[in-house]
Write a new protein. Structure first.
Length: 414
């Protein structure tokens, strides 16, 4: 594909830069031809208008911590580096609201709002957070973590978003907005869409006060019992901030870790009550907390609250049948990650089939492959059963009819 880099640079009007791609400028193994880093929303709009006018395929990139998630795009002509959009636009501490551009690193945002004793409860995997995961990247991949149990997922903390569509249209929805796209909650449809519908350039979030004290209660038990104990804590009046389950590969047991947050006196009392309810001990934050399990393949598994036990048991029995190693880790609420290592591609597919049988429908649960080496991913059903695929394709057709934004990255070839 021929690219007019001069025209792309001219579209930025001095607010950013464009350069030829280097060998490292790839998206899940697909090489790009050019990289642009706009430094304003207006420049991003003009850049996308020019790129789409040239018939280019554009893929947004933040810190690159999840570029191997999902499926490789059909092609990449232009990488749009969002890290030029890295301003903290507004922090209204009294209203617990922050507005920031998409290229700002989450850890930098947390440092800034932390000075006011506040935080954005965005428990993205610690590997990604430490590597500089950006606001836009966390939203585009629907990052989630332990404390969604009490304070919901990151997408639920979004008050409003500003998005640039493929044709350069700047669209906004929710709070702090000027122009709305009728009929769409942009924050919801952009979250988890892997940049295939639009480029998130700005978002407003609801913050929470940092709670002064925290305690962990840890308890290990056989798989079904661990799941039942975790469910007991979730259903109790202890108001845990998080209840996580860790089942190492090859193990017949799982560990539950209950996080309690609040004032020192209240947290100490609730920790004792938790021990009385499910046993275990008060301890330190486990080393695996908010980290993805290791393995050649990483998958996201969801289940109903009662279906978590089925996932744990399915992982163990699948290991034994197929000679694989399957670690499971995540929320007792039913959002877990699996780390899978298997001797051959057919064994990977068999394990995924077993896990999907335990999470048998989009209503009751799903298993989606996040990362896998090319030799294992080829031939795999990465997404599994998907509800509402026709609706998703309709939204893609309306917002990006020319398929200029990361085509093929998302479910159903969107």
């Amino acid at each position: 594909m021929s690219i007019d880099i001069t025209a792309l640079a001219r579209s930025l009007d001095g607010a950013g830069e464009v350069r030829p791609a280097q060998d490292t400028d790839t998206v899940d193994g697909v090489a790009a031809s050019a990289v642009a880093r706009p430094t304003s929303v207006e420049a991003t709009s003009a850049l996308l208008r020019e790129a789409t006018g040239q018939g280019l395929v554009t893929v947004a990139r933040g810190a690159g911590t999840a570029l191997t998630w999902g499926v490789p795009p059909e092609r990449v002509d232009l990488i749009l580096d969002t890290r030029g959009l890295d301003r903290l636009v507004e922090h209204e501490a009294g209203d617990l609201v922050v507005v920031a551009e998409a290229g700002l690193a989450l850890k930098d945002l947390q440092e800034e709002v932390g000075r006011a004793g506040q935080e954005l409860v965005a428990d993205v995997p610690r590997e990604r957070l430490e590597a500089g995961s950006t606001i836009g990247g966390a939203l585009a991949t629907a990052a989630t973590g332990p404390r969604r149990l009490q304070r919901l997922a990151l997408r639920d903390l979004v008050l409003g978003t500003t998005v640039v569509l493929a044709d350069g249209t700047v669209a906004t929805s929710g709070g702090k907005v000027v122009k709305n796209v009728a009929g769409y909650d942009l924050a919801k449809i952009m979250t988890g869409s892997y940049g295939t519908l639009g480029v998130i350039v700005r978002a407003a979030f609801r913050l929470h006060p940092v709670r002064p004290a925290r305690r962990f209660v840890l308890r290990s038990a056989p798989l079904a019992e661990a799941a039942e104990l975790a469910r007991t804590v979730v259903a109790s009046r202890l108001a845990p901030a998080a209840v996580e389950i860790d089942r190492p590969a090859g193990s017949d047991e799982a560990t539950i870790a209950v996080l309690l947050e609040g004032t020192e006196e209240a947290v100490a009392a609730r920790a004792e009550q938790t021990v009385s309810l499910v046993g275990g001990d008060v301890g330190e934050q486990p080393s695996w907390w908010a980290r993805l399990p290791g393995g050649d393949v990483t998958a996201k598994a969801t289940a109903t609250l009662t279906g978590v036990a089925d996932l744990l048991v399915a992982a163990r029995s699948s290991e034994q049948r197929h000679g694989a190693a399957v670690a499971l880790r995540g929320s007792a609420l039913g959002v877990l990650h699996a780390g899978l290592t298997a001797p051959a591609p057919d064994a990977v597919a068999a394990v995924l089939a077993d896990l999907r049988a335990a999470a048998p429908s989009p209503r009751e649960g799903t298993v989606v492959v996040l990362t896998a080496p090319a030799e294992l991913r080829d031939g795999l059903d990465v997404w599994g059963p998907v509800a509402g695929l026709g609706l998703m394709r309709g939204i893609k057709e309306q917002l990006d009819p020319g398929r200029n934004l990361a085509p093929g990255r998302f479910v159903g070839g969107i």
